[in-house]
Design a protein around this ligand. Structure first.
Ligand code: ADE
Ligand code: ZN
Length: 325
């Protein structure tokens, strides 16, 4: 068994995946055509030229624009199924996937329709590929707080269809505590709590997410490395970081993969797992992220450890988890 195959077959969970970030350019153009949405790109080649990012915002601009091609429940089902089909060949047994309802609502869609489509795809993925999954409703932090509150209000009556609440989008200037009330309400609904922090923002945003949102996992969290006390806390409170190597490189959070502080944080006892973030935008799905780390010297034993961490860090029941480990 060569290393490449070994990394594809390692049983793993994906815990940091924006389902809209799995929208491949081919599907975006097909949906634009099907739904009569006009995009300012003449061809696939023209669209592909746009995938050169200098920071988080330069990516988000394209990501939100292409999200506008998603219109029907079938579109969302097809999007989810395309993702699950890809990762079914990459060892994924379980996935906890983000969606950005405020953006869909601002595009005129009904959040319940969006969820129905995604849940149908997730249900079908269980039947076809045996992959279990859950939905994380992610707050888009640079949209008005009342739009976040209003999607929460719209889905409260079907709280069991949602696994957790998250926090994403442009980070700097939008500290976690702005959403304390929404995270409290989510907790009361029985949802888990995660938040993007320390991707472009500072370590203090990670602390903010822990103190004020009571986040159980931190998405990215890479800038925690600048605060030794925080690293100790992440280790002792067993707060996993869902890291995304190819994303960090493509968004220039790090200059090169060698500069990712993962070894450093692992040595401090922080639980690190590996994810794709927005695979259609960053040049690879989850196994490609493991392979990229292998390319900069991570050993099979370290990578297996991270795969095991991804299962430990998931929100599935102990019984389901034990079956995967
Ligand atoms: N939305 C989709 N991908 C994201 C990322 N990497 N950071 C923040 N928000 C996002
Ligand atoms: Zn993300």
């Amino acid at each position: 068994l060569n290393m490449h195959t070994a990394l594809e077959t390692l049983p793993k969970s994906e815990l940091h995946l924006h389902i809209e970030g799995s929208l491949e350019p081919e599907l975006a153009l097909e949906l634009a055509d099907r739904n009569g949405v006009s995009l300012p790109y003449d061809s696939l080649a023209d669209l592909r030229e746009q995938y050169q990012f200098t920071n988080l915002q330069s990516f988000l601009d394209l990501y939100y624009e292409l999200m506008g091609t998603l219109k029907t429940a079938d579109d969302f089902r097809d999007l989810a199924l395309a993702y699950f089909k890809k990762v079914s060949a990459q060892g994924v047994k379980h996935a906890e996937i983000f969606f950005d309802p405020q953006v869909h609502v601002s595009n005129g869609l009904d959040v319940n329709m969006v969820m129905d489509g995604l849940l149908e795809g997730m249900h079908e993925a269980k039947a076809r590929y045996g992959i279990t999954s859950g939905l994380i409703l992610s707050i888009v932090r640079d949209m008005p707080v009342d739009t976040a509150q209003s999607v929460l209000d719209s889905v409260k009556n079907r709280a069991d269809d949602i696994l957790g609440i998250g926090l994403d989008s442009a980070e700097v200037g939008y500290p976690p505590h702005l959403f304390t009330k929404q995270f409290e309400e989510a907790t009361a609904l029985g949802w888990h709590r995660v938040a993007h922090a320390g991707e472009e923002g500072p370590a203090s945003y990670v602390i903010d997410a822990l103190d004020n949102l009571h986040a159980e996992r931190i998405d990215h969290g890479i800038h925690s490395v600048t605060d030794a006390t925080l690293l100790e806390r992440l280790a002792s409170e067993r707060i996993p970081l869902t890291t995304c190597p190819l994303s960090n490189r493509r968004l220039q959070v790090v200059g090169s993969l060698e500069n990712l502080p993962l070894h450093n944080m692992m040595e401090q006892g922080v639980l690190i797992n590996v994810n794709s973030d927005d695979p259609a935008y960053f040049g690879g799905y989850i196994a490609d992220n493991y392979q990229a780390l292998e390319g900069v010297g991570f050993t099979l034993s370290e990578l297996s450890n991270m795969a095991e961490n991804s299962i430990t860090a998931s929100f599935i029941s102990d019984v389901e988890r034990d079956a995967l480990l």
